[in-house]
Design a protein around this ligand. Structure first.
Ligand code: GDG
Length: 470
């Protein structure tokens, strides 16, 4: 295997005193370490005139290289086209999507700048792996500069069908940009269906017998393999963190504060794709329709603030503040607060301990590429007394987590019914469901995901053998 070069918008550069990285960063670092690899991306800084050269650092057998973005492009690239156009679009939220040609141009410029800064750092035998919606055009920009290496792309978020994608004025360009890759990976079979549908309807290209499409990039025909690779977590590692954290001071304080009530837990970035208002309404419906749970159950929601520079995120924050206040106003007793709503991040270990002592993990996105919280909740459980996962049918994780109670988050009463069922579920059924999910999680780890994507990419013919002259 040659050197692996990972490119992502943000880079998990190791910093002294920083908390443990998440499973994704750990998995990428594992494959990078194994190949003496390079991780390249945005420094998180902006500058009036960014330098064309990347800042470099070597640590733990991995090279890191980051660049700054121009002040003038930052808004258009990041808060604009990435997070206010592509993010809502790929999550099927056309009503929230905005479009601005200037922002589309800034997005392209930043991708070109990424390609220009990476090009001098590349060796001829490197395998390049680009991540996520912020960097879709990067391979096309690298090819324009003469890159001949294998380049793979993985989309962490859903891939919608063309009926949705076509709302984007640049829909065709997005698909053509994907043709510059040798391999395009998505999370689930469902997303792969969306991707294939887009190539068929948008560019008139159908996959061949082995799942690739052929199309023209800059005058030459290329073949792009399409496939699904479900991301996982560091299952064993997370289970260990949770086991230890359960005896830590935070979890012990939480347990003491609960008395003999049951805990329902939710945790995510404060993002409109995660279905947080729907979840609160589902919990309120539990209290309204199943009054036996009044004063017997508490719902703790951790909602780490995110993308505050985008208006739809600020609006969501206001909506949640109001909803939590309303539910507590309607149902609280002087000694019981039904909703504990924490609108900021908590430490990863603490979160793991909270998952372990929660009888129910409530994960109800309206759309989600995979959803790692669902997997972490399951990994964190005590095998002798596991809790129950309630999972939205719209999370990629629902494709493989059959032991979960599956809900449509738009139906508050259905959510209440599943909550009631979960809170009353006998130990035998909880164990059976948990064991079936845990078996899957032990097989499909984050490391396995990274290795299987890279193995598929490296088995493809080199781009030069792959060029079919038009
Ligand atoms: C994208 C896709 C896909 C959450 N709150 C806190 C906290 N978290 C951690 C969780 C988990 C991670 O953040 C969130 O991962 P998700 O997968 O749930 O969601 P996205 O951030 O939207 O990720 C998603 C993923 O990419 C990977 O491909 O699964 O579908 O949207 O690890 O535990 N961590 C800490 N404090 C918090 O308050 N420390």
């Amino acid at each position: 295997m040659g050197r692996v070069v990972v490119v992502s918008n943000r880079v998990a550069v190791p910093r002294r005193g920083e908390p443990t990285a998440g499973g994704l960063a750990v998995a990428l670092k594992d494959v990078l370490k194994a190949s003496g690899g390079l991780w390249f991306g945005w420094s998180g800084e902006t500058r009036k005139e960014p330098s064309p050269e990347a800042k470099q650092l070597r640590s733990g057998g991995i090279d890191y290289a980051t660049i700054d973005i121009a002040d003038a492009d930052h808004q258009g690239f990041y808060a604009g086209y990435s997070n206010n156009t592509l993010w809502p679009l790929f999550h099927f939220r056309l009503g929230l999507m905005e479009y601005d040609r200037g922002e589309a141009a800034a997005y392209r410029r930043v991708n070109r700048q990424f390609a220009q800064a990476l090009m001098p750092l590349l060796g001829p035998k490197d395998t390049i792996w680009i991540h996520d919606y912020q960097l879709i055009p990067m391979a096309a920009e690298l090819r324009a500069l003469g890159a001949k290496q294998r380049i793979g792309f993985f989309l962490h978020i859903p891939f919608p069908p063309f009926a949705v994608l076509s709302a984007l004025p640049d829909a065709e360009q997005v698909l053509k940009d994907l043709l510059a890759y040798d391999l395009v990976g998505v999370q689930t079979k469902h997303d792969l269906g969306g991707l294939i549908n887009c190539f068929q309807e948008g560019l008139g290209l159908s996959p061949d017998a082995t799942g690739g499409v052929r199309g023209e990039v800059a005058g030459t025909m290329r073949r792009t393999q399409l496939s699904a690779h479900a991301i996982g977590i560091d299952t064993r590692g997370f289970a260990t963190i949770a086991r230890k954290a359960a005896y830590g001071p935070d979890t012990q304080r939480l347990v003491a504060s609960m008395g003999d009530r049951s805990l329902i837990v939710g945790a995510e970035r404060l993002d409109y794709t995660k279905g947080l208002p729907h979840r609160m309404r589902g919990f309120a419906a539990l209290l309204a329709h199943f009054p036996e749970h009044l004063n017997r159950v508490t719902y703790l929601q951790v909602a780490a603030r995110s993308r505050n520079e985008v208006a739809s995120y600020r609006n969501l924050r206001r909506e949640l503040d109001q909803l939590a206040g309303r539910i507590n106003g309607d149902y609280a007793e002087f000694d019981w607060t039904p909703v504990r709503y924490v609108a900021r991040a908590v430490a990863r270990d603490t979160l793991a301990g909270f998952y372990r002592v929660a009888r129910v993990g409530l994960v109800t996105p309206l759309r989600d590429g995979m959803n790692l919280v669902a997997k972490e909740y399951v990994a964190a459980q005590d095998p002798e007394d596991p809790g129950v996962l309630i999972l939205s049918q719209f999370a990629g994780a629902a494709e493989s987590m059959e032991g979960a109670l599956i809900v449509n988050p738009l139906d508050a009463v259905a959510m209440a019914e599943q909550l009631d069922r979960a809170l009353r579920m006998p130990l035998d059924e909880r164990k059976e469901r948990w064991e079936s999910m845990m078996r899957g999680l032990e097989e499909q780890t984050a490391t396995r995901w990274a290795e299987s994507f890279l193995a598929e990419l490296e088995e493809l013919p080199l781009p030069e053998q792959n060029l079919l002259w038009a």
